[in-house]
Ligand binder design. Structure first.
Ligand SMILES: C[S@@+](CC[C@H](N)C(=O)[O-])C[C@H]1O[C@@H](n2cnc3c(N)ncnc32)[C@H](O)[C@@H]1O
Length: 322
């Protein structure tokens, strides 16, 4: 696959409508490959409409505005520490931008992919409102490329690294995950890093009233659960364990660190006894060692130990502080 040099697009491109030739050029300039773009134009719209839970995110982001608060996640803070300062760093599934906005105050070159129109527009507004971005003669999104699409849509080329928080567990392991993993892996340079946080099996609450259709793995860890609460019908979570990360990203990535974290499930979510509801996640730091299955095979013998983020080890209940 040929790649073009990544450079900032300075323009938002809506991938749900037919693309004009100048938009295609702009995407290519932003690092998308011709092959992935053609693939996407042919398949992208159906991928988009097949994404059946999209209305759920649109509704939540419209209604709740900032459901996960405004402080950055522990995943983005770790990504900022681990990823090189030179080069572009991307976020996959940035929601209303709590992490991207935090990072935009610390880094010059960023990219992001998000499917929700509401999330996308809120992030755009938040980025434009950052101090110093409204200088005369300066494009508000200078250095930042935002693409509204499903992450399985294509490949953002030649990134120094990328991260994602609380999105991977939403992807169906058969129909969405393989394509999404390939997009993320192939977007990052070899030896670059992916820092990915996904809801973990620590999260499983057997007593939740809305719980349905739980699937366990052979060791008895929950793999999948459906939560059919009135405010979130059909919300399906695919829980991650260290081994599931290994399987999902094999043979493309070597896992170098694993972290267990905790943050509010959402600002408004409460348990039946009125206490705040938390969500647990595992964040994996992974070095990209192969872009295709034909690259030299990589075999990993063991996983790093699972360390604890301050939200867990210091019993910091909110997990949302800076
Ligand atoms: C739980 S939210 C997390 C948002 C953000 N990362 C945060 O932590 O604040 C999940 C986000 O992933 C987005 N998403 C889900 N599937 C996606 C896909 N296939 N491609 C792009 N975005 C996706 C949703 O629209 C939603 O904004």
């Amino acid at each position: 696959m040929s790649k073009v040099t990544a450079k900032a697009v300075h323009e938002i491109i809506e991938l749900t409508t037919e693309l004009t030739s100048s938009q295609i050029q702009s995407l290519l300039d932003g690092g998308w490959t011709t092959e992935s773009l053609l693939e996407g134009v042919q398949n992208g719209l159906s991928t988009y409409s097949d994404f059946t839970t999209l209305p759920l995110w649109e509704q939540r982001l419209l209604k709740e505005k900032e459901p996960w608060g405004s402080a950055p996640s522990e995943t983005v803070k770790l990504a900022h520490k681990r990823l090189p300062m030179n080069g572009t760093v991307a976020e996959f599934g940035f929601g209303y931008g709590r992490d991207l906005v935090w990072l935009a105050q610390r880094r010059k070159r960023l990219a992001g992919v998000e499917l929700s129109q509401v999330g996308f527009s809120s992030t755009y507004k938040r980025l434009c409102q950052l101090p110093g971005r409204k200088k005369p003669g300066r494009a508000p999104l200078e250095g930042i490329s935002l693409v509204r699409a499903s992450i399985g849509f294509g490949v953002l080329g030649q990134l120094a690294g990328a991260y994602s928080h609380r999105m991977l567990h939403l992807l169906d392991p058969k129909t969405q995950l393989p394509q999404a993993v390939q997009s993320m892996v192939r977007s990052v340079n070899l030896d670059g890093f992916l820092v990915i946080g996904a809801r973990s099996y620590h999260d499983y609450d057997a007593s939740a009233e809305s719980l349905e259709n739980v699937v366990y793995d052979k060791d008895g860890l929950p793999l999948k659960a459906e939560y059919n609460s009135p405010d979130r019908p059909g919300h399906i979570l695919h829980y991650y364990s260290p081994r599931r990360f290994l399987n999902a990203f094999w043979p493309y990535c070597e896992i170098t660190e694993l972290w267990h974290g905790k943050e509010l499930e959402s600002v408004d979510a409460k348990n039946s006894d009125g206490t705040e509801r938390f969500c647990h996640f595992i964040t994996a730091v992974m070095r990209v060692v192969a872009h295709t299955r034909n690259d030299e095979p990589f075999l990993q013998s063991k996983l790093p130990i699972l360390q604890e983020f301050p939200s867990v080890s210091e019993n910091n209940a909110s997990g949302l502080r800076d």
